[in-house]
Design a protein around this ligand. Structure first.
Ligand SMILES: Cc1cc2nc3c(=O)[nH]c(=O)nc-3n(C[C@H](O)[C@H](O)[C@H](O)COP(=O)(O)OP(=O)(O)OC[C@H]3O[C@@H](n4cnc5c(N)ncnc54)[C@H](O)[C@@H]3O)c2cc1C
Length: 479
């Protein structure tokens, strides 16, 4: 069956892209070679920028209901608490940042929520369907899928590799995955159901005793914890009994019982990025394009942002698709450096290395100087073309409305900001408390992209029309 976009991989990145395409009415297929859905919690730290994307996609309420804030980690030596730490203290929303905190949702729940949203939008994941090869020409890609031992050829305008770190798409495109895998620093991670602890989202445990270290961090599912430990020797399986013995040794207790191991993996720090994120009509997103250590909770979040950057472009034109890699490659590089630096600080035992400040939130990442960013002002203000367009509470017809509600949906928003008012199409927003003025600092026009970034800041309407025409036609006049 032919389609416009073939997405390979139904992890969080592929699912976000599928939802975005589905709500735009773009014909697509999303396939995954796994016979069943991924059961692990691994990418459980959702950053504030991801929560904003989820708000736009209509899944934020479900994600908030399924999650919890950062727990307090109690470090024990024997029975005694020797330290307490939290990744980040919760902060209150501000007018421009409505979701300021890291929010923990097990990855399998996030994926479930995205699949439910995709179903509402008329899409579905095709499981047990593996991409085994493809060829591309100037007009599209012919891909071979295998399902139940039967091969099928699919013709698509674009092939998107959302197929994780071991990406077949990347390998078949001949794109190198440049970087390192550190085999010396391994950790065992497992999701376990535990009896004997008061399962509270408020706090986690870390025990260190007789050379055994075990951490149990609560997940927002009854009795479920994410367990971390030194990995077993090669060839030894991390069975329930093996994990129980580690836990007993580290905690010096026998009353905490592991009932079931739901998922387990041995993790190695990987810092790698694809040499390029695009090869003609083939695009790489998420872990297929970049992998980083989980320190700092960046991997899943960066994949979500890749997909959100690409979705509206795939719906529009080849010229726009060609800006995807230019915008995302430098972002991925920066994210990798941040995650690797954080891992190093943790391994060095540096004080404060466990804490996560606003540099992890992905709100400051921007496309300044990028191919779609144009600032016509003689003197740019603090908010520039390419920056994330901030939220601002306003009033419309006397009722409160947030700017993000005005942005919501798959299109562009042009704001005309003058004298305490914002005109957006036929809507008039009143900047009653000055939040809009404070966040934007613009007297003129702002064109906000479908993915919530400022494309253009200009003094006059004609510049907006020229810019939007240039974006639509892919003309060089954009910049
Ligand atoms: C221990 C651990 C902790 C982590 N913690 C965090 C965190 O707190 N925050 C964060 O942001 N990130 C975290 N991450 C990273 C996060 O889990 C990944 O970045 C995320 O899963 C990437 O999503 P993805 O959709 O790009 O790829 P994946 O989730 O890997 O999905 C790829 C999918 O492609 C499918 N596939 C592969 N090959 C084919 C093929 N040939 N044909 C069809 N389908 C195929 C696979 O079956 C899979 O379902 C963590 C990772 C680990 C390992």
């Amino acid at each position: 069956m032919n389609t416009q976009v073939l997405i390979v991989g139904a992890g969080p990145t592929g699912l976000v892209l599928a939802c975005d395409l589905a709500r735009r009415g773009v014909p697509h297929r999303i396939v995954d070679r796994a016979p069943s859905y991924f059961p692990g919690s691994r990418g459980d730290g959702l950053q504030p920028r991801t929560l904003e994307v989820f708000e736009d996609l209509g899944v934020l309420d479900a994600v908030v209901a399924a999650g919890m804030g950062a727990p307090l980690l109690r470090v024990y030596n024997g029975g005694e608490v020797v330290a307490e730490m939290r990744m980040a203290e919760p902060t209150e929303p501000t007018p421009d940042v409505p979701h300021p905190n890291l929010w923990f949702v097990p990855q399998f729940r996030t994926e479930e929520i995205l699949r439910a949203r995709l179903a509402e939008l008329g899409g579905r994941v095709e499981l047990a369907t593996e991409l085994v090869g493809f060829v591309q020409d100037a007009d599209g890609v012919t891909a071979t899928l295998r399902h139940d031992g039967v091969e099928e050829e699919v013709r698509a305008d674009y092939l998107v590799g959302a197929d994780g770190g071991g990406s077949t798409v990347r390998k078949r495109a001949g794109i190198a995955f440049v970087g390192d895998t550190d085999e010396t620093a391994k950790a065992l991670l497992a999701d376990v159901l535990v009896d004997g602890l008061d399962h509270s989202p408020e706090h986690g445990y870390a025990w260190m005793h007789e050379g055994a270290g075990v951490g149990l961090s609560p997940l927002p599912v009854a009795d479920l914890y994410n367990l971390t430990a030194q990995p077993p020797a090669d060839g030894v399986e991390p069975t329930r009994e093996w994990l129980q013995e580690r836990l007993d040794t580290a905690s010096g207790r026998t009353d905490i019982r592991i009932r079931e191991v739901v998922w387990a993996t041995v993790w190695r720090p990987n810092v790698r990025t694809a040499e390029r994120f695009q090869d003609g009509r083939v695009l790489l997103v998420g872990d297929a394009a970049h992998v980083c250590p989980p320190t700092g909770g960046q991997g899943l979040n960066t994949g979500v942002q890749d997909a959100y950057n690409l979705g509206w472009k795939l719906a529009a034109s080849r010229q726009l698709v060609d800006t995807y890699a230019v915008e995302r490659e430098p972002i991925a590089q920066g994210v990798l450096e941040l995650a690797a630096r954080t891992l190093q600080r943790l391994m060095d035992g540096e004080e404060g290395a466990y804490q996560r400040g606003s540099e992890f939130h992905q709100l400051g990442l921007n496309y300044r100087g990028g191919p779609l960013s144009r600032d016509d002002r003689a003197v740019p203000g603090p908010l520039r073309a390419g920056d994330r367009a901030p939220d601002a509470p306003c009033r419309e017809n006397g009722s409160p409305v947030r700017l993000f509600e005005v942005f919501r949906g798959p299109g562009w928003t042009v704001l005309e900001l003058r004298d305490g008012l914002a005109l957006a199409g036929d809507r008039t927003l009143v900047d009653t408390d000055g939040h809009l003025g404070a966040a934007y600092g613009v007297d003129g026009f702002v064109a906000v992209r479908p993915d919530g970034y400022v494309g253009l800041v200009a003094d006059d309407r004609a510049a907006v029309d020229t810019y939007l025409d240039a974006v639509a036609t892919g003309s060089r006049a954009v910049r």
